[in-house]
Design a binder for this molecule. Structure first.
Ligand SMILES: [Fe+2]
Length: 390
């Protein structure tokens, strides 16, 4: 447990009402839905996942409890605003009682949008921002099939605005689902590349939650545990995908989600957003790439947490100063990325060095995320940061 210090701060911590965790827990989706009430279910997923037969099993469970189920499978990775408008208008055509989302973070985010759209009128673009959703959503159940985005336990739906090459979000307490069902067996067939990229996203959630100025003793404890689980399980999940490592990753991703859902992510996600859309880099790959450099930049701001993070990575810190400990953690992240064969530099993604000033300028525009970063960040700092990433 981290040492807690007396503080005048009031810590707020929010989660969905219920979380089920365990192999085969997804078989309970029908009974959980029935407990929430209603007859008409809207099942949000994507076409790729449909091929695995997972959505069909979820549908079966809902039907067995008397639900009429309609499927929406038009969610694409890194969904654009138009997909949010599409899922909303489709959901509104029938007045659904319950929304069920099964898939990766993009699908879960669109399921949250569907649930919110049934009780909040007008285009979804009106709700992009913080606390703009007025009315509670209809009940929803979210089942992640990656480990992952942690979207099942957060109050955020991330959207891509193509013309501005931007990522933005709908953030509201009304975006929490009612039941999150995390069944590790849904991730058993996740391909190695997706296992690696989504796993690094989860790691970035935990480490950025530790850095965030909104971190508190609850989010810190969860994030430290998540870091330990992810480092211990991600290489095995990537190499062999055995049930034990899959379960470790699902738990790591879930509790990283519980942590960053409250503390927030900060500089890492902001830095990733500067190039992810323009260079079509997946969310996990971009967040993973920037993480070692961002951690090094911010390490001095979390001196009390560094030894705890190092301990969870089994780094011997007895003879290390704080700066060296921060560096050792950053090196451990780079070592993990080697094992996962993930890109570690901007040049690996064919991003030209001449783009560095543009990326630095763009980084400073993500003010909500920058404000959560304890280190002051000037334009020159941002340029230096991207130079080290290049
Ligand atoms: Fe993320």
């Amino acid at each position: 447990m981290l040492k807690s210090q007396p503080t005048a701060k009031i810590h707020s911590f929010q989660l969905p009402k219920k979380i089920l965790f365990g192999v085969k827990s997804s078989e309970n989706v029908g009974t959980e839905a029935k407990a929430l009430g209603g007859k008409k279910a809207f099942l949000v997923t994507d076409k790729n996942l449909e091929k695995t037969g997972i959505p069909a099993k979820i549908e079966e469970s809902l039907v067995s409890q008397g639900f009429e189920v309609n499927l929406f499978d038009a969610v694409e990775p890194e969904p654009v605003l138009e997909i949010a408008e599409n899922v909303a208008s489709t959901a509104r055509r029938k007045k659904y009682d319950i929304i069920v989302g099964v898939g990766g973070g993009s699908v879960l985010d669109m399921a949250k949008v569907a649930a919110m759209s049934l009780t909040n009128p007008g285009p979804m673009r009106n709700y992009v921002g913080v606390d703009l959703v007025k009315n509670p959503s209809v009940p929803s159940i979210l089942l992640p099939t990656t480990a992952g985005t942690g979207s099942e336990v957060t109050n955020v739906a991330v959207l891509t605005i193509t013309e501005d090459e931007l990522k933005t979000s709908i953030i509201s307490p009304h975006m929490f689902c009612n039941v999150a069902i995390v069944d590790p067996s849904l991730t058993y067939n996740l391909p190695p590349r997706l296992t690696a990229s989504t796993g690094l996203d989860a790691l970035s959630h935990a480490l950025e939650a530790l850095i965030s100025v909104n971190a508190n003793p609850i989010t810190d404890s969860l994030a430290i545990k998540a870091v330990k689980l992810i480092f211990a399980n991600l290489p095995k999940a990537y190499e062999s995908g055995d049930p034990e490592s899959r379960e470790g990753m699902c738990l790591g991703s879930l509790i990283a989600g519980m942590s960053f859902g409250n503390a927030g992510v900060c500089l890492g996600h902001a830095a990733a957003y500067t190039f992810a859309v323009s260079y079509k880099v997946s969310h996990g790959t971009s967040c993973g790439l920037v993480l070692p450099y961002v951690f090094r930049f911010c390490a001095s701001s979390i001196p009390l947490k560094l030894p705890k993070i190092a301990e969870s990575l089994e780094i011997e810190t007895e003879n290390l100063g704080l700066e060296e400990t921060g560096l050792a953690i950053s090196d451990a992240i780079l070592g993990l990325m080697d094992k996962l064969q993930m890109p570690k530099r901007l040049r690996d993604l064919n991003i030209p060095r001449r783009d560095v000033p543009k990326l630095a300028e763009k980084l400073l525009t993500f003010s909500r995320l920058i404000k959560r970063t304890p280190n002051p960040l000037s334009y020159n700092d941002a340029v230096r940061l991207f130079e080290t990433m290049w």
